[in-house]
Design a protein around this ligand. Sequence first.
Ligand SMILES: Nc1ncnc2c1ncn2[C@@H]1O[C@H](COP(=O)(O)OP(=O)(O)OP(=O)(O)O)[C@@H](O)[C@H]1O
Ligand code: SF4
Ligand SMILES: [Mg+2]
Length: 330
Amino acid sequence: MTDALLQVDDLRVTFAIAGREVRAVDGISFTVSPGATLAIIGESGSGKTVSCRAIMGLLPAGTAIGGSARLRGTELLGLSDAELRRHRGSDLAMVFQDPARSLNPTMRIGLQITEAITTHRKVSKREAQSQAIELLRLVRMPAAERRFHEYPHQLSGGMRQRVMIAMALACRPKVLIADEATTALDVTTQAQIMELLLDLQQELDMALIMISHDLGLAASYADEVIVMYAGKIVEQAPAAGLFGAGGAVRMRYTRALLDAIPHVERSAHTLLPVVSGRPPDPTALPPGCSFAPRCGYAEDDCLAKVPALAEHAPGHSWACWHPCENGGAA
Ligand SMILES: Nc1ncnc2c1ncn2[C@@H]1O[C@H](COP(=O)(O)OP(=O)(O)OP(=O)(O)O)[C@@H](O)[C@H]1O
Ligand code: SF4
Ligand SMILES: [Mg+2]
């Protein structure tokens, strides 16, 4: 695709734990266009966070990373710390789940935002402070000037997340990654922060990568959805192609996720449902399809050969030997 902003190809991340390999991310590829929203869903441990941290250059030193992640053609993997710092913030920024742990409890929030600005830009202290207040206004912080002088513990959870978003936006990134940025908040605040992120995406013309446990959010807001399982992408399609009227889920794990949501709640924001059975041990993946031990449709070939992700219909890829017919809705 020629208009790719972020192009990830065959990204692989392997950790070594007690002499055993954990293939946390196992050859994923995707493209993000300017201004687009990509949702990444999948149960705990499927590799969502590690994928994004690899792209951001935020994995521990010594982690084995392979493949490619290019931002407007510039390779991000393997850059030096100094080069990465230049990209982080101005090109790519990430907001995490727990703002309480990400903020420094002993520093006033104004100073933390000011430092986020001066780390990346050569501006005077006074200019950085005025930009910090502007950023607080941008994230709709009530009484921005007063809050500037407060400490994190004086703010609500939602306000703290607004501060984290303000810091992430300090250098107007082209891609914002929100890693379950609303999960730790109560339901009303979750909706407000999600609305804020989507408004800011429009205002600042950013691409948004939304890692979420909330299928309802993915269905409502994403242009494109990636479903991950055991480090791999198992299904990828436009959101409407999966969830909309006439949507056609093909991969059995995606179907199991959707079927695990009670029908009455399907249109509401719904936490990632629990599919029966356990996710596989990442140090001992089964030889064929990783989902086979939990799949009611597994046959001998599923146990023997890994199904490759392939584009079987325009824009719609899946990895399954025996995909659902007609979306497989129950
Ligand atoms: N620093 C690390 N060292 C070793 N293994 C790690 C490290 N970080 C993550 N992992 C492993 O990599 C795999 C993928 O983890 P990741 O955090 O990406 O999952 P996730 O999809 O984001 O899950 P969740 O929904 O719980 O956030 C897991 O098996 C995890 O235990
Ligand atoms: S490949 Fe086989 S085991 Fe895996 S999801 Fe498809 S039907 Fe189930
Ligand atoms: Mg995660």
